[in-house]
Design a protein around this ligand. Structure first.
Ligand code: ZN
Length: 284
């Protein structure tokens, strides 16, 4: 299944995207794709409900805005420097254990929403990523069991302000948490749709020029390891998102560095998880 949320910001309703591209409104069966939904077997219930009721679901028009594909999670956890070549372009050593940081969940937006270069920013940058959505509470989970705790996957652009991330103190979070810096979607694909999350091409274009073009086969720490690792330090709750890191090709790694500008168009995709597109404007 492919989960979508549609409608005005803050008032999105849940839907599903069918293989033929049709979007169905499933708000008659589901309140939202949130912690309560994932934590109560919502995916199984929805699948069952759809098999009996899909024909009666209202169709959502193709020009309706898509929101983030899941409701605001308790945590949006990111992994830093998880591709060897990206660590190199960042002039950093590949990490011996995962580097973890958070993005404020208030940075989450829909996949085609406008991204705002924050006030006083000079170094806003892009990062295409594979994101994992947690399906049930995970605490002290082994790597062998980790896949059981995953609901699905989605596309994420981990927008980053490099000056605020790297030059303004020893913590990355304020360079990662600006409003609009986390487009999620277009949809969350359930785990069964992605047989191997470590064999997915991912790419990003800025103004029609390919900037990132890699594969999740280059991940240093794979998905089961990350779920298990994080669960040793905190409980992962249903609906939480883990963004697995970005490959080489960010603006900060260019020589000389290139950063986003007002009027840019950023397009990105992960194989099996669709594509997204963000117009870039300066804060005003
Ligand atoms: Zn990132």
């Amino acid at each position: 299944m492919k989960l979508i949320r549609f409608g005005e910001p803050g008032r999105e309703k849940p839907g599903v995207l069918l293989p033929d591209g049709k979007r169905l409104d499933v708000s008659a069966a589901v309140h939202d794709y949130d912690e309560a939904f994932f934590g109560s077997g919502g995916l199984d219930h929805l699948k069952e409900w759809l098999s009996a009721n899909a024909a009666q679901c209202p169709v959502v028009s193709g020009n309706t805005r898509l929101g983030p594909c899941i409701a605001r999670p308790s945590k949006l956890i990111c992994i830093g420097l998880n591709y060897a070549k990206h660590a190199k372009e960042s002039n950093m050593e590949p990490p011996k254990e995962p580097i973890i940081f958070f993005k404020a969940t208030s940075s989450i937006i829909g996949p085609f929403d406008t991204v705002v270069i924050p006030k006083n920013s000079r170094k806003s940058d892009w990062e295409v990523e594979l994101a994992v959505v947690i399906g049930k509470k995970a605490s002290y989970v082994s790597e062998a069991d980790a896949m059981d705790y995953i609901a699905g996957y989605c596309l994420h652009n981990d927008y980053s302000e490099r000056e605020w991330q790297l030059e303004r103190g020893g913590q990355w979070v304020k360079g990662k948490s600006c409003d609009t810096f986390a487009p999620l979607g277009p949809f969350m694909a359930t785990k069964d749709e992605i047989p191997d999350p470590h064999k997915l091409n991912l790419w990003l274009k800025r103004n029609d020029v390919m900037r990132q073009n890699s594969s999740t086969s280059d991940l240093i720490f794979g998905v089961p390891m990350l779920v298990s690792y994080l669960s040793q330090f905190m409980s992962l709750l249903p609906g939480d998102v883990i963004s697995t890191g970005t490959p080489e090709g960010v603006g900060h790694g260019c020589k000389p560095p290139q950063y986003m500008a007002d009027g840019d168009l950023i397009e990105l995709g992960v194989e099996g998880l669709g594509t997204s597109k963000q117009h870039v404007v300066s804060y005003s």
